[in-house]
Design a protein around this ligand. Structure first.
Ligand code: RFL
Length: 408
C-alpha cells in the first residue's frame, strides 16, 4: 500500500467494512451490518449533535418506511410520523387537490430527516453497539481497486492519523464528501443537469398553512409548502441561481409566498419566524457505475436529485438497503461470489434514473410558467391541467410521486 509520507506510521486497525458518512444512507448500511454481526466502523466528519439537528428532508415514501420497519429501524417513525395522502397544485388562482392515496392505495410519511438520523444513530451506536467515530478529519480511501483497501483519517482527540484496513468501503458521505472525489480517474462517468434556477429554501416556525404539500405555479415563479411538523413548515421560493439570502428580508419572503400560493377559497398562509434561509442552485448528477473495485457509493455521494419531487433521501435509503444486504451476504458467506454486489449499481441506477426523469418532468410543471416563454407557459399549464382532467394521467403521476412502480 502506498501512503502519503505524513501517514507513514499511523495507528492501524482491521475491520470488514468502513462506512464513510453518518447520514441516512451510511447509518442504514451500518445498522444492517450490525444486525448481521458484520464488523464495521462509521466515520463522520461532524459531531453527533450536529447531525441530529441538521434540517433537510421530510417526505419519505411508504415503501422506504416499510423497508426500514422490516429491519427494526422504523419504530419511533411509525409512532410519530404524519401520513400524507394528497397534495395540491395552486395555479391560475385556483386550488386543485390530487388525492394520490385514492389513486394508488399508498401514501407518504412526513418525518423530519434529523429525527430519522437521531433514531438511526441511537439504534446503531446505543442499541446495536456499533462503532461510530465523530469529528474525524481528512478521510482518505486507499487502494480501492485492490483486494485490500483501507481508509485513513485524522483522529480529532489525538490529531494522529489512523488507518483502517478493510474488505469494503461504503462511500455514504453525501454530495461534498471524500469518497466520490477519490474515485480513480476515468473509471466512472458523471452525468449532470443544471436547471438554471435557484430555490430559496426556508424553514418557518409556524404550523402548516394547509394539511398537505402545496405546489404554487405562478408567472412570477414557483412556491411550495411542505409540512414538517405541527410547529415547523418548509417553504420554497424560486429565485435566480446564485442569489443571496440577504436579498430576501422576511417581509419580501412572506409577500412572495402569499402571492404565489394564493388560491380562491383557501386560508391565508400562517406566518412564523424564519429559522433557515438558504439558496439552492438546482442541479442533478449521477455517477455511473456507483462502484469501483471495493469502493461502493450510496446516496447523495453517488447521485444528487434536486429537491423538486422530494426524492433524494428515498434514493439514499434504497441504495442503503441493497448495499447493506449485499455486503452482508458477501461477508457472512451466503453470497461468496458477490453476485448481489455486482448487481448493486445497475439495480440502484434504474430507480435513480426513473426518479431523475420524474423530477425533470415536474420541474417543467413548476417553472415553465415563469420562464418568460409563452410556449413553455402553455405547455406546462397543459401538463398541469391534464392531471385534473385525465384520471390515467393523475394515476401515473401518483405512481411516480410515491415511487410505487412494480419494477425498476
Ligand atoms: P447526507 O445526508 O448528506 O449524509 C452524508 C454524511 O456524510 C458526512 N460527511 C463526511 N463524513 C466523513 N468524511 C467526510 N469527508 C465527509 N463529508 C461528508 C456528512 O456530514 C453527513 O453526515 O447524505 P445521504 O446519507 O446520502 O442522504 C441524502 C439525503 O440527505 C438527501 O438526499 C436529502 O436530504 C434530499 N432532500 C429530500 N429528500 C427526500 O427524499 N425527501 C425530501 O423531502 C427532501 N427534502 C432534501 C430536502 C434536501 C434539501 N437540501 C438541503 C438540498 C430538502 C432540502 C432543503
Amino acid at each position: 500500500m502506498t501512503l502519503p509520507p505524513e501517514i507513514n506510521s499511523p495507528v492501524t486497525e482491521r475491520v470488514s467494512v468502513v462506512v464513510v458518512g453518518a447520514g441516512p444512507a451510511g447509518l442504514t448500511v451500518g445498522n444492517i451490518l450490525r444486525a448481521a454481526g458484520v464488523d464495521c466502523v462509521v466515520l463522520e466528519r461532524e459531531t453527533r449533535a450536529f447531525i441530529e439537528h441538521r434540517p433537510r428532508a421530510g417526505v419519505i415514501e411508504e415503501w422506504a418506511v416499510r423497508a426500514l420497519d422490516r429491519r427494526g429501524l422504523a419504530t419511533p417513525l411509525l409512532a410519530r410520523a404524519e401520513r400524507h395522502t394528497a397534495c395540491a397544485f395552486r395555479f391560475e388562482g385556483e386550488q386543485h387537490r390530487l388525492d394520490y392515496h385514492a389513486l394508488t392505495g399508498s401514501h407518504h410519511y412526513v418525518y423530519p430527516q434529523p429525527l430519522l438520523v437521531t433514531d438511526l444513530v441511537r439504534e446503531y451506536a446505543d442499541v446495536r453497539g456499533g462503532d461510530i467515530r465523530f469529528g474525524v478529519r481528512d478521510v482518505t480511501p486507499h487502494d480501492v481497486e485492490s483486494d485490500h483497501p483501507a481508509v485513513s483519517y485524522t483522529c480529532p482527540d489525538t490529531g494522529r492519523r489512523r488507518l483502517l484496513h478493510c474488505d469494503f468501503v461504503a462511500g455514504c458521505d453525501g454530495a461534498r464528501g471524500a469518497t466520490r472525489a477519490a474515485l480513480p480517474a476515468g473509471r466512472v462517468r458523471t452525468a449532470r443537469h443544471d436547471y438554471g434556477i435557484g430555490w430559496l429554501a426556508l424553514l418557518a416556525e409556524a404550523p402548516p398553512s394547509a394539511d398537505c404539500v402545496l405546489f404554487g405555479v405562478h408567472p412570477d415563479g414557483f412556491a411550495g409548502q411542505m409540512p414538517r411538523s405541527p410547529e415547523v413548515t418548509r417553504y420554497y421560493l424560486q429565485c435566480p441561481p446564485g442569489d443571496s439570502p440577504d436579498a430576501w428580508p422576511d417581509d419580501r419572503i412572506w409577500d412572495r409566498l402569499h402571492r404565489r400560493l394564493a388560491a380562491s377559497g383557501t386560508a391565508p398562509l400562517t406566518e412564523g419566524r424564519l429559522v433557515e434561509k438558504r439558496i439552492l442552485d438546482m442541479h442533478d448528477y449521477v455517477v455511473e457505475p456507483m462502484t469501483v473495485g471495493r469502493l461502493l457509493l450510496a446516496g447523495d455521494a453517488a447521485h444528487l436529485v434536486a429537491p423538486i419531487a422530494a426524492k433524494g433521501m428515498n434514493l439514499a435509503l434504497h441504495d442503503a438497503f441493497l448495499l447493506g444486504d449485499a455486503l452482508t451476504a458477501r461477508l457472512a458467506g451466503a453470497d461468496p461470489d458477490g453476485t448481489a454486489l455486482t448487481d448493486y449499481s445497475p439495480t440502484c441506477l434504474r430507480r435513480v434514473w426513473d426518479y431523475q426523469e420524474f423530477s425533470q418532468w415536474l420541474s417543467e410543471v413548476y417553472h415553465g410558467a415563469a420562464a418568460g416563454d409563452p410556449f413553455r407557459t402553455g405547455t406546462s399549464l397543459a401538463r398541469l391541467r391534464r392531471l385534473f382532467t385525465s384520471p390515467r394521467a393523475a394515476a401515473a403521476f401518483a405512481e411516480q410521486y410515491l415511487g410505487t412502480a412494480g419494477r425498476y
